[in-house]
Design a protein around this ligand. Structure first.
Ligand SMILES: [Zn+2]
Ligand SMILES: [Zn+2]
Length: 441
């Protein structure tokens, strides 16, 4: 730690009028002026090249004051200096009214309490409720439960645990949104309290096992999620957002109001809403998988004698980009077509294409999507900066070339870019490199 202390003190001294003198220990909380946020981030990156890892979590933001919880460790001496954290990856959600005026307060509360507990993840709050995906240090799990019960008044909320437990998020993010699940419908056009029947994984498994092949079984996830894993005989919708899946669902189920409808998603939240929409539109019996594919994965893992009706991986919106439910590989590498179910993002962060790529193609194409633009950019980048570990992402200050839809559809991107080469002027790569002499992440 000594090396780190010295380095950090030098840094603090150079901005001394903006800092209270601090002795930085693991988990220290420092207050930064907004103006120095950027320099601090660059400094932290520099520390990383000296084998000092530093995680900083924004715990509070008030006017120009940013409170950071800083956690530092030496990469090569992890076990000596910092106890290895056992993580629990989980999600929870609740549809309940949070008055508009309470949202900023709730956000601050979540940032400070979760920050204190060292929790990382992504949380959305809206007037319709809360949706949280978290990695929580195991030792803080009881405190998290207590906090949810007592301060958030969510006594009945179930923690939906993953089967793979890692630190799945880089930092803690709490966002105020119009809706926790964006449906694109007019306010009041359906009644959320009109909840479908939530089947436990065991009940769901029994129901599907006994059902005929003509069952109305609908996957409420996006196309790139159901591409790598799905329930057999399910209708997988070719959609990019939940909003689109509602439109598509209404078309698929038209005239089937009196039939049994089964639906599933990753953790259950999307089906809570989609089910309520169907019931509000005259459907009589709608069954959803409680806790989604995540809960079904736990059920299959703890009951090895049962043959899973779900094949493949469960896509997750975190660093893991999915967890296996069975060993079946139901998808192909988007580059070479070999069986593969590993999602990855193009190394050029201004492209950031989300696609499936096998290890061989990944290596051959320097972890890019393979477009000439991305390949040339990362190769030029590596030539200029080398490739120290931890600096893998190439993030020049350049607007992303794709919108949300194109970001997950490699075929559309290739069409749009005209084969394998980007419609970007050939000298742009050099210009971008010139303009961005420092690494931004
Ligand atoms: Zn491949
Ligand atoms: Zn790319």
């Amino acid at each position: 730690m000594q090396n780190f202390q010295t380095l950090f003190r030098t840094f603090v001294r150079s901005f001394s009028h903006n800092f209270n003198p601090v002795t930085l220990r693991p988990q220290s909380v420092i207050t930064l002026n907004k103006a120095f946020l950027h320099s601090t981030k660059i400094f932290c990156r520099r520390l990383e090249t000296r084998h000092i890892g530093i995680n900083y979590i924004l715990t509070e933001k008030f006017r120009h004051r940013y409170h950071y919880c800083i956690n530092a460790h030496e990469h090569n001496a992890l076990s000596k200096n910092v106890p290895v954290i056992d993580w629990k990856t989980l999600s929870f959600y609740s549809f309940h009214v949070i008055p508009d005026s309470y949202l900023p307060k709730t956000r601050e509360l979540l940032l400070s309490k979760f920050g204190e507990m060292g929790i990382v993840g992504r949380i959305y709050i809206a007037t319709e409720g809360i949706n949280a995906q978290l990695s929580c240090p195991l030792e803080q799990l009881d405190n998290l439960r207590k906090f949810c019960d007592q301060e958030l008044k969510l006594e009945n909320v179930e923690f939906n645990f993953s089967t793979i437990h890692v630190k799945a998020f880089r930092k803690l993010n709490v966002k105020i949104r119009n809706q926790i699940v964006s449906d694109g419908l007019e306010k009041g056009s359906y009644d959320l309290s009109n909840q479908p029947k939530h089947l436990s994984p065991a009940e769901w498994h029994a129901a599907l096992s006994n059902a005929k092949t003509s069952i109305n079984l609908i996957d409420m996830r996006n196309h790139y999620e159901s591409e790598i894993g799905y329930f057999e005989n399910s209708i997988r919708q070719d959609v990019d957002t939940f909003r689109d899946s509602i439109i598509s669902m209404n078309k698929i189920l038209e005239g089937k109001q009196s039939e049994d409808i089964y639906m599933y998603c990753t953790g259950g939240i999307r089906c809570s809403k989609a089910g309520a929409i169907l019931l509000s539109n005259g459907f009589k019996s709608v069954y959803v998988l409680k806790g989604g594919v995540t809960a079904y994965g736990r059920y299959i893992t703890s009951n090895p004698s049962i043959t899973s009706l779900y094949k493949g991986r469960n896509f997750t919106f975190d660093k893991r980009l999915g967890e296996p439910i069975t060993n079946d590989i139901v998808s192909q590498c988007h580059t070479c077509g070999e069986p593969c179910d590993t999602h990855t993002n193009c190394r050029n962060k201004t492209c950031n294409l989300l696609f499936i790529q096998c290890q061989e193609c990944r290596k051959r194409l320097s972890r890019t999507c393979g477009s000439e633009f991305c390949l040339r950019l990362v190769q030029a980048w590596d030539e200029k900066f080398g490739r120290p570990s931890g600096f893998d992402d190439v993030k020049p200050n350049y607007q992303c070339v794709y919108d949300h839809v194109h970001r997950t559809r490699p075929k559309l991107v290739i069409e749009r870019l005209g084969g394998t080469s980007a419609n970007v002027p050939s000298d742009l790569v050099e210009m971008l490199l010139e303009k961005n002499s420092i690494i931004k992440r």
